[in-house]
Design a protein around this ligand. Structure first.
Ligand code: BGC
Length: 728
């Protein structure tokens, strides 16, 4: 009897252990997933494939009602709140009230910082400092984590060459390699060494893929992405970031050769899952499943759901198409159960890897310990400093000489705070931003008198402030004019037909010009600008982008000379809007010296890579370790750079390659490596580029196959061009 009892007990214990493998922290993740999926009903599975939103409601009295409306088994929520306690209340419902206790994944757009807002991504890339970007993203992850967020819809790695498109501000510019490297740096910062680290959040690469190609820069419009440019340009950063371990991706609003990105089996399944082996999941962009109807490939929501799901979109953001239709589609055998199980497993995998099953709740710390810690501000300031680009400096008007005793500070951006935050700064607070004027006050107290006048607003036709501005300017030694774009002029759904600043701002400069005093233009904007009229009126131009919370001091430091500017453009500034598209890696063409515009120069105002310093750098002749190599040999190119000026400075060396005769026409040159180093005045440093022919000289065909041909290649550095012969 006793033996029988013991036997039964053992069987019972074993059974219950077997039943809860998914709850066993020590069990391998794949076993936990398998166990959990096997226990789920179809309704439970479908709920995991959906994302709702929560937390926009700021009325505390209604929070209870709001939580009640959230199904306890929902897969994910977009968390429009920064309140960890609200998250925990919602999570409690999932963990304690749903049958299997599956935690909810809380996502949010943490784009360029959370409460510590950093410069916009386009600016970050101008720093050419990937380590700093990793640090900033890691702090953003910590602030987000402490606010109840597990997953960010970032980085945006859409190569973008049309600055009319408002979303150029959200990515890392016009070059695939730059987007790849800054994307990887950002993913590393968010995800840390391991997703289960206490302050790691999951990254989401977006918008997969080709969204940057939107026709005419109009957001949400058709994009004509050829198979060749898909592989050569748009997939490049995605492949790098998937390799770096990015947990999730977001499917885009655009089209790839006629097939919408959110219904594209080739990109979502064949490439991402089958070839690259991505085992996380894809979330649709907001309503992008339902929008397949508007894009003309689905007759109704049900067909839209079928197409998106079968193409490889596992989670439906916001539009409830999956919730309402998947069950029926399964009953009709249009979607096999195995696909549902795979989709659920992918979502659960990310939840397990984040450690959500073992620690579903956010640790609540006092608000003062959550955000804007001194080290976070320091990183924000450093990143702002390195991302600012000195575009013009005629006759060395900058740094301001000690003879400058009175500085006129004019323009709508001078005392503005909110616009310095840029778009997607939902948790940023205006009162935590250091304005340009405040930065100047700190830098120049007791040294330079600041004479302020606003002059005009960002837009409109009111010139009534011009007289005061001119009078203030006439009493000063140098005029600082602070112009730019409002933050709502860039970001999502913020396309502009012209990239010029509104004429009122240009007119202000024209009237200040009459004083004959030197004009220093400080620009804060989310895209390259048309400066064809402003540039000739300015002695110096400093691009500070939308620098986030800590731009004032770095900007003032550049003016005073305390900081030597080191940013270089990650995107070309066309001379006029009519020159769009203009980017450095345009393809070779049949008559390179003709076919130009008859009415304006064809050269842009500032090329990708442009950026001035207060010192000068001299490049020695670059040296190749060999001029002829086989396809499997590696090659080293070195160049010695000397700081020939009087102050220390940081130089970024950009290494490009070109292939003038190949079986396809290739870009004029392609960036393959960059490195930034500080060099003391009078000292020299060697920069090296290790060329791996298969990685750096090959090209891709229109299905992603890399091809390396024999022949002559060129390595470009600064103004030098070195020939390398590649033999069998
Ligand atoms: C945007 C995405 C964003 C999502 C969630 C969409 O409209 O295109 O970039 O992540 O909304 O806020």
């Amino acid at each position: 009897m006793r033996i029988l009892y013991l036997l039964l007990l053992t069987v019972f214990v074993q059974l219950s252990f077997a039943q809860s493998i998914y709850k066993d922290k020590k069990a391998p993740v794949e076993n936990r997933i398998k166990d959990l999926v096997s226990k789920m009903t179809l309704e439970e599975k479908i709920l995991q494939l959906n994302q709702y939103n929560a937390g926009r409601n700021t009325n505390v009295n209604n929070i209870g009602a709001e939580i009640k409306e959230i199904p306890s088994g929902i897969g994910s929520l977009i968390f429009f709140s920064a309140d960890p306690e609200l998250r925990n209340q919602i999570q409690k419902k999932a963990v304690e009230e749903s049958r299997l206790g599956i935690p909810i994944l809380f996502g949010f757009d943490v784009i360029h910082g959370f409460r510590t807002v950093y410069p916009i991504s386009l600016a970050q890339a101008c720093s050419w400092n990937t380590d700093l970007v990793t640090q900033a993203s890691s702090i953003a992850a910590k602030e987000a984590c402490l606010s109840g967020i597990d997953w960010t819809f970032s980085p945006m790695i859409d190569v973008a060459r049309d600055p009319r498109w408002g979303r150029v501000s959200e990515g890392y510019g016009e070059d695939p390699y730059t987007n790849a490297l800054f994307g990887v740096a950002t993913v590393k910062g968010y995800q840390g060494k391991d997703l289960s680290d206490p302050y790691s959040i999951a990254a989401c690469l977006k918008h997969y893929v080709g969204y940057g190609m939107s026709e005419g820069g109009r957001d949400y419009h058709y994009s004509d992405v050829s198979p060749q440019s898909l592989w050569e340009t748009y997939l490049v950063p995605y492949q790098a970031c998937v390799k770096a371990g990015a947990a999730t991706l977001m499917s885009a609003f655009n089209d790839i050769s006629g097939v919408p990105a959110s219904a594209n089996h080739y990109t979502l399944t064949e490439i991402l899952k089958n070839r690259w082996g991505h085992d996380g999941f894809v979330v649709s962009d907001w309503n992008s499943v339902e929008q397949l109807i508007a894009q003309g490939v689905a007759k109704d929501r049900k067909e839209a759901g079928l197409k998106a799901f079968m193409a490889g979109v596992e989670m439906d953001m916001m539009d409830k198409v999956y919730l309402e239709n998947l069950q029926q589609l399964i009953a009709e055998k249009k979607i096999p159960m195995s696909r549902i199980d795979d989709a659920v497993a992918r979502i659960l995998r990310v939840k397990f890897r984040l450690g959500l099953f073992d620690q579903p709740y956010t640790t609540v710390v006092a608000e003062k310990d959550r955000y804007l810690q001194p080290e976070s501000r320091a990183v924000a300031s450093k990143l702002a400093e390195e991302s600012m680009v000195l575009l013009k400096n005629k006759e060395g008007v900058l740094p301001l000489s000690s003879d400058v005793k009175k500085l006129a500070v004019i323009g709508p951006m001078a005392k503005d705070k909110s616009n310095l935050l840029g778009s997607w700064s939902y948790n940023g607070r205006e009162n935590e931003v250091e304005s340009i004027y405040e930065g100047l006050e700190k830098e120049f107290t007791n040294k330079v008198q600041l004479n302020y006048a606003k002059g005009c607003t960002f837009d409109g036709s009111d010139e009534s402030g011009f007289d005061e501005a001119v009078s203030v300017a006439s009493q000063s030694d140098v005029i600082l004019v602070c112009l730019g774009e409002e933050k709502k002029w860039s970001g999502e759904n913020a396309s502009r037909s012209t990239i010029a600043l509104p004429s009122i701002q240009e007119k202000l400069v024209a009237s200040l010009r009459k004083t004959g005093k030197p004009i220093v233009l400080v620009l804060s904007n989310g895209r390259p600008l048309e400066l064809v009229r402003l540039e000739p009126m300015s002695n110096a131009i400093l691009e500070i982008w939308q620098p986030g919370v800590a731009g004032g001091s770095p900007m003032a430091g550049i003016l005073s000379g305390r900081v030597n500017p080191s940013g270089k453009l990650s995107i070309t500034f066309p001379l006029t809007t009519g020159q769009i598209p203009t980017y450095y890696d345009m393809r070779q063409s049949s008559r390179p010296t003709s076919g130009r515009y008859q009415d304006i120069p064809t050269e842009p105002l500032y090329w990708f890579g442009h950026g001035l310093s207060y010192t000068t750098f001299a490049y020695d002749a670059a040296k190749l370790s060999a001029t002829k190599i086989s396809k499997t040999q590696k090659l080293t190119v070195e160049v010695t750079v000397t700081n020939t000026g009087n102050v220390k400075g940081k130089e970024t060396v950009l290494w490009y390659v070109s292939d003038p005769a190949c079986s396809i026409s290739r870009p004029m040159k392609e960036l393959k490596f960059f490195e930034k180093k500080e060099i003391n005045a009078g000292e020299k440093t060697v920069f090296k580029f290790e060329v791996d022919p298969m990685r750096d000289l090959s090209f891709t065909d229109s299905d992603g196959k890399r091809i390396l041909e024999e022949g002559d290649y060129y390595i470009h550095v600064n103004n030098q061009k070195l020939k390398v012969e590649l033999v069998k």
